[in-house]
Write a protein that binds this ligand. Structure first.
Ligand SMILES: NC(=O)c1ccc[n+]([C@@H]2O[C@H](COP(=O)([O-])OP(=O)(O)OC[C@H]3O[C@@H](n4cnc5c(N)ncnc54)[C@H](O)[C@@H]3O)[C@@H](O)[C@H]2O)c1
Length: 294
């Protein structure tokens, strides 16, 4: 299969490439503004903001499926820069969709986010819960989702939308790898307030398994993808401390955090998805990765 991954040089993209490479039948292209530097993958230097460049890339490739991962992913950045967030996440996605239409690409897998739900009224959230984004990032991803579904209705483009919650793993940017790296450097971990803020942490290999399922299935549907269980930031710190002894300190919480969405994953479980890597194992793997890279 000929597979193109936009954002293939990012955190999720690189893990996905490594999974897809396991099948030697797959021909993999990474479209990004940064080179992923992975052997056996063709790097295509183009921006999703440049439609002409995307066209030039796709015209001779005969791609079967696009995983569209390239995005602006920071919530605080989106609040400070709503125009830039809109440009990359909405305009960029429409450029990719338009290329799918022009070059008759069979399928797009679009990676969305729990941020489309905004502040949930109750947890866990299922796919039909109200989508009321509370950040430009959530809004731009929701608009992009709607465009994907519109391209299906108008032009018959097959799609899968996977809404990831809090992903973590080696090379990730969130609280879990940050805590691990601080512990490995013998720096203390700081909890805000009592550290009882909740997240739904999913290890990146489990997320990649869901992405892999979308290669040949999950057509024309949307799925929440998380571990399906809430974990507090304090539990993360305690788990890290169990594996690498580290000091845990507390700082005052200035404003109470809004409720964070936790995934109801029954829909994707009914298709065969099962998260396998719990927090203990996930942290162990990040530590091993950190030790191997030193
Ligand atoms: N990491 C998470 O916890 C998480 C959770 C939910 C959803 N997601 C979604 O998963 C996807 C991948 O996230 P990630 O964590 O790998 O992010 P990342 O920031 O590591 O990767 C994004 C990639 O997009 C590339 N990119 C940026 N601008 C581009 C442009 N103009 N043209 C082409 N490429 C461009 C970047 O160079 C980078 O390689 C995103 O769509 C994100 O919204 C991530």
């Amino acid at each position: 299969m000929k597979i193109l991954i936009t954002g293939g040089s990012g955190f999720v993209g690189k893990h996905l490439i490594n999974k897809l490479k396991e099948d030697s039948e797959n021909e993999i292209y990474a479209l990004d503004i940064v080179d992923p530097q992975i052997k056996g993958v063709e790097y295509v230097n183009a921006s999703i903001l440049d439609y002409e460049a995307i066209k030039n890339v796709l015209k001779d490739l005969n791609i079967d499926i696009i995983y569209h991962l390239a995005a602006q992913i920071s919530l605080p950045f989106s609040v400070e820069n709503p125009l830039k967030d809109f440009e990359l996440n909405v305009q960029g996605t429409v450029n990719v969709l338009e290329a799918c239409r022009e070059f008759k690409i069979k399928k797009i897998v679009f990676i969305s986010t729990a941020a489309v739900y905004g502040i949930p009224t109750e947890n866990p959230v299922s796919e039909d819960a109200p989508k009321r984004p509370s950040t430009p990032y959530g809004m731009s991803k929701l608009s992009a989702e709607s465009y994907v579904q519109l391209y299906h209705k108008l032009y018959g483009l097959t799609y899968t939308i996977l809404r990831f919650f809090n992903l973590y793993g080696p090379r990730g940017k969130g609280v879990v790898p940050i805590f691990v790296s601080r512990a490995m450097n013998k720096d203390s971990l700081t909890l805000v307030g009592s550290g009882d803020q909740i997240r739904d942490f999913l290890y990146v290999d489990d997320a990649v398994n869901a992405l892999h399922m979308a290669l040949k299935g999950l057509d024309n549907n949307d799925f929440n993808v998380g571990f399906g269980k809430e974990t507090t930031i304090k539990q993360v710190a305690e788990e890290v401390n169990k594996q690498i002894s580290v000091e845990i300190s507390y700082k005052e919480q200035e404003t109470k955090e809004d409720l964070y969405p936790i995934a109801n994953i029954e829909k994707i479980k009914s298709k065969g998805f099962e998260p396998k890597i719990n927090l203990e194992e996930g942290i162990k793997r990040i530590i091993e990765y950190g030790q191997a890279s030193n």
